[in-house]
Design a protein around this ligand. Structure first.
Ligand code: ADP
Ligand code: MG
Length: 229
């Protein structure tokens, strides 16, 4: 995205935090519709450092780009009318979908999202955090509660428990680990954005999945988001 001024269209009341839709114009005056989550609009949480959720949205995007999956709309950090925040390309959809309505038709995409959530330690994978666009491409959204150094995955995705992680995805995980260990480019981008212990825990989780290549059994009482959708 080539961005200059961000104009807010309206507030999206479905968000747990202050979430806005808006447009940004590039130099050719073409406008892109975006979702803007300013740091100033983040609700305090007990377990995540105040004012860091927009950063986690961006780091999640960087991880998805390195893995090659899942589809997360292009995300950057920039200033808007309410200050610095995450700005993500808005995905238009036909119908409101959720995990349960998508499960039968998109198992290959959803298993990637399940593995991704284990990698980034997603503490808030609600049933509505999926968008099916007009071309039938499935997108994953809302990755603010990620990268905590303590394992706290909370998810609605329990259907792949015990399944072996496909070899092709394991290769992608190995490549990601290599980039996070020796790839200066990715390390230099991520290091200033999360803490050292969060960075170390990220690498440990990937290493664990490579050495134990199965989707783990999670606890249906503790590892679920509230609300579910
Ligand atoms: N990239 C996106 N494209 C389209 N709609 C989005 C996108 N990101 C968020 N939304 C919409 O905004 C709502 C609130 O966003 P969400 O990411 O859940 O915010 P919060 O971080 O406050 O939980 C979502 O339920 C969805 O309807
Ligand atoms: Mg949300």
């Amino acid at each position: 995205m080539n961005l200059n001024e961000l104009l807010i269209s309206h507030q999206i009341l479905a968000g747990s935090n202050k979430v806005f839709s808006g447009t940004v114009n590039n130099l050719n005056k073409e406008s892109t519709e975006v979702i803007y989550k300013p740091q100033a609009g983040e609700k305090p949480l007990i377990d995540f450092l105040q004012g860091t959720l927009y950063i986690r949205e961006f780091v999640s995007y960087l991880i998805s780009q390195t893995l090659g999956w899942p589809n997360i709309p292009e995300t950057i950090i920039r200033k808007g009318p309410y200050g610095i925040g995450s700005v993500q390309r808005l995905i238009k959809y036909k119908n409101q979908e959720n995990y349960f309505s998508l499960l039968n038709n998109f198992p290959n995409e959803l298993i990637k999202i399940a593995i991704f959530d284990l990698v980034v330690n997603n503490a808030d994978r609600k049933g509505g955090h999926f968008i099916l666009d007009c071309n039938n491409i499935l997108w994953s959204i809302d990755h603010g509660l990620t990268f905590h150094h303590i394992f706290k995955v909370r998810t609605v995705i329990f259907d792949f428990e015990g399944e072996k992680i496909p070899k092709i995805l394991l290769n992608d995980l190995s490549n990601l680990l290599e980039q996070l260990t020796n790839g200066e480019c990715l390390i230099n981008k991520i290091n200033p954005l999360i803490t050292n212990s969060e960075f170390a825990a990220l690498k440990n989780r990937i290493n664990f999945l490579i050495n134990n290549p199965y989707i783990p059994h999670l606890n249906p009482f503790y590892n679920v988001p509230t609300p579910l959708i």
